[in-house]
Design a binder for this molecule. Structure first.
Ligand code: HDD
Length: 712
């Protein structure tokens, strides 16, 4: 299959069997009966009561009444897409998983991205972790990599997961706030859980407000195991690196987008795929021989730690491409059921206590969400391998299994289905030697909670550090209890004193060394046991941790807004549009109204948006199209403030803005004119054709460096 098309693959063909279209069909009941009146219920006289006998009404209403299923307890809001994984470099020395060993092999996938905290109908722009769950439909069975866009997690042991989620979800008495961590219960919990400090650095960084789901990394988080044909074991960490680089929006932009287009990420993914801008990621692995397990200054089983790429480089071995939107959101994106326990020969679990708990949780949650142990029969969840076992019955069973025997061993059924030998693809867990006391304890090797938080913070560029500080200030300013703010600032002091001091100053508390047990805690609190040793990170800076180092020289799929009005310079618009689209960008026209716009050469342009129906936050860059008459129209009172708002907001969010000819008045009346230094993001009429400069500025994503001055 050509990865740049959405030609059918084995999974698409399987889904096709279960798909239907209403085109040119007659309306029927669920029993296949053709309906001849879908407007009126059956009544005793035209003004009389409806009759119980009306099975058509009853069926329609009953089905409607039961259309909703429980949303996911976490990761409720999601967007999905079909695609393909292609192996470019064989991992045959490390694993026997065939989709990772057969060079050039293409495996169908379904990916679901999600926010974690908010409800299904909440905003895409919440400051939150993003889920990045991938179902590989391999010939050996389904393999699910249930990943996130951050490489570490808040907690070290699954037993704390319900506490974490209860703390971050809306508070239980008033169900406020939705899709937000900026409230007392979250920071209360976090301030008492030093192990979360590394993850807090990630969540307070701009990684938590992506520009696009297509511009995020993916991480398997845990160490997993690879096992090769000879039984040799390697620890492995999984990485997905987006071909478009890792980019974010500004926090203020995210807040505005939540109102202007709360489906911003969903729409962006959908439109990109519809436009043929297929999102792509390089898939890579960090490999550690089993015997090197203890070579690190942290524990490979601790999910609050990453392996710096300076210590173990990421080897790129494959490409993930998303190339087809689902046909039906509910049937596919809502009903897809992931589980880190869905593995195949050549891949195995580690004893990471967070992963071990997850292995229970995912099937369990599907039972309540999808309602039956037969959720594997829902088309999106079906393996492309056929299923043969003696599991039977249950709600909504689809498969009709022939034969008399549903047990094993049997002679009546000829002994079928047979166990598979390992040489036939039969799965066998790694024969790992385990011995130990039965204890309810945390390993001492998990006790360092701050060194990688420091590593992350130190690795950020100056604008990234500033954003992180401001995120903490925003979040903690919403915390009503001063003792929680104080405890939190105390935690930050172990990461970076300047960070703690700056946040403390803004949230009205002092930086104090934490005394444990803290007076605000119950006397018998075991919190002291969860405290950390203070260690310095082995390496001081890791380049891969800063988004700034991922910038790629491309404007592929970037959305550029052209502000136009009557009499606009058609030649300049067409010229720029052709050049930008030639580089893969998307141009959308914005005018005072949706009425066709007459240009200076008599042609007409059809705007996609009006100045009131969209906002600068929906675009990566702006072009203020020139032409004397057009500028005059933009300057009339009812347009003027709207255009200036567009420009000022784009400028505030550090976007590239190109002022066309005759737009001097707009420039001078906007905040842009106050700039004191040369700004690579601002391109003006004076410079002649500056398309190249404009393209370069867009490719840099934002001019964050000028933020202090721009927002002054
Ligand atoms: Fe989880 C969903 C990722 C820890 C329990 N999780 C879920 C999804 C993702 C993750 C991407 C959404 C899947 C989808 O799109 O349907 N979860 C993670 C990662 C974790 C993690 C990367 C840590 C490394 N999760 C975690 C723990 C537990 C859970 C420790 C419980 C002990 N997660 C669940 C769940 C969900 C879920 C309750 C809700 C919906 C679902 O499973 O299918 O079982």
């Amino acid at each position: 299959m050509n990865m740049k098309t959405n030609e059918p693959n084995q999974k698409a063909e399987q889904l096709d069997v279960h798909s239907t279209s209403n085109e040119n069909e007659k309306l029927t009941t669920n029993q296949g009966l053709k309906i001849n009146n879908n407007q009126d219920s059956l009544k005793a006289g035209e003004r009389g009561p409806s009759l119980l006998e009306d099975f058509i009404l009853r069926e329609k209403i009953t089905h409607f009444d039961h259309e909703r299923i429980p949303e996911r307890v976490v990761h409720a809001r999601g967007s999905g897409a079909h695609g393909v994984f292609k192996l470019n470099k064989s991992l045959v020395g490390y694993t026997k998983a065939r989709f990772l060993t057969e060079l050039g092999k293409e495996t169908p996938v379904f990916v679901r991205f999600s926010t974690v905290t908010g409800s299904k109908g909440s905003t895409d722009l919440a400051r939150d972790v993003r889920g990045f769950a991938i179902k590989f439909y391999t010939e050996e069975g389904n393999y699910d990599l249930v990943a996130n866009n951050m490489p570490v997690f808040f907690i070290q042991d699954a037993i704390k997961f319900p506490d974490l989620i209860h703390a971050v979800k809306p508070e239980p008495d008033n169900e406020i706030p939705q899709a937000a961590s900026a409230h007392d219960t979250f920071w209360d919990f976090i301030s008492l859980m030093p192990e979360s400090m590394h993850m807090i650095m990630w969540v307070m960084s701009d990684r938590a407000i992506p520009r696009s789901l297509r511009m995020m990394e993916g991480f398997g988080v845990h160490s997993f195991k690879f096992i090769n044909e000879e039984g040799k074991v390697h620890f492995v960490k999984f990485h997905f690196k987006p071909r478009l680089g890792v980019h974010s929006v500004a926090w203020n932009e995210a807040q505005i987008l939540s109102g202007v287009d709360s489906d911003f990420h969903k729409r962006d993914l959908w439109e990109a795929i519809e436009n043929g801008d297929y999102p792509e990621w390089d898939f890579g692995v960090q490999l550690i021989p089993e015997e090197d397990e203890h070579q690190f200054d942290f524990d490979l089983l601790d999910p609050t730690k990453l392996i710096p790429e300076e210590e173990v480089p990421v080897e790129i071995v494959g490409t993930l491409t998303l190339n087809r939107n689902p046909d039906n959101f509910f049937a596919e994106t809502e009903q897809v059921a992931f589980h880190p326990g869905h593995i195949i020969p050549g891949i195995d679990f580690t004893n990471d206590p967070l992963l071990q708990g997850r292995l229970f949780s995912y099937t369990d949650t599907q039972l309540s969400r999808l309602g039956s142990p037969n959720f594997h029969e829902i088309p999106i969840n079906r393996s492309i391998n056929t299923i043969h076992n003696n599991q039977r019955d249950g709600h909504m069973r689809q498969q009709i299994v022939k034969g008399k025997s549903s047990y094993e061993p049997n002679s009546i059924g000829g002994g079928c289905p047979f166990q598979a030998m390992m040489s036939e693809g039969g799965f066998a867990s790694q024969q790992e030697r385990i011995s130990g006391e039965k204890v309810r304890e945390r390993s001492k090797s998990f006790v360092d909670h701050y060194s990688q938080a420091k590593l992350f913070y130190n690795s950020q560029s100056t604008p990234e550090k500033l954003h992180l500080q401001n995120a903490l200030i925003f979040e903690l300013s919403k915390v009503t209890r001063p003792e929680i703010r104080e405890r939190m600032v105390g935690q930050l002091g172990y990461v970076d004193m300047f960070l703690a001091w700056r946040v403390a100053e803004k949230v009205g508390v002092e930086v104090k060394k934490l005394e444990w047990p803290n007076q605000s805690l119950p006397a018998d609190s075991n919190i002291i046991e969860l405290q950390s040793e203070e260690r310095e990170p082995k390496i001081k800076i890791s380049e891969a941790l800063s988004m700034q180092n991922t910038v790629k020289n491309t404007i592929q799929s970037r959305k550029i807004g052209f502000i136009i009005a009557g009499g606009v310079d058609a030649g300049a618009i067409n010229d720029l549009k052709v050049k930008l689209e030639g580089e893969g960008a998307r141009v959308e026209l914005i005018a005072p109204s949706l009425a066709p716009v007459r240009t200076n050469d008599g042609s007409t342009l059809l705007p996609k948006h009006s100045l009131t129906s969209t906002a600068s936050v929906c675009f990566d860059a702006l072009y203020i199209a020139g032409g004397e008459d057009a500028v005059k129209e933009l300057l009339i009172p009812e347009n003027r403030h709207l255009v200036l708002h567009f420009i000022n907001e784009a400028y505030k969010h550090c976007k590239a803005i190109y002022f066309g000819t005759d737009t001097q008045v707009l420039y001078h009346n906007s905040n842009v004119s106050a700039k004191q230094h040369d700004d690579p993001g601002i391109i003006t009429w004076e410079d002649g054709d500056q398309t190249g400069k404009f393209i370069n500025a867009i490719a840099k994503h934002r001019v964050w460096d000028h933020e202090m001055e721009r927002n002054a």
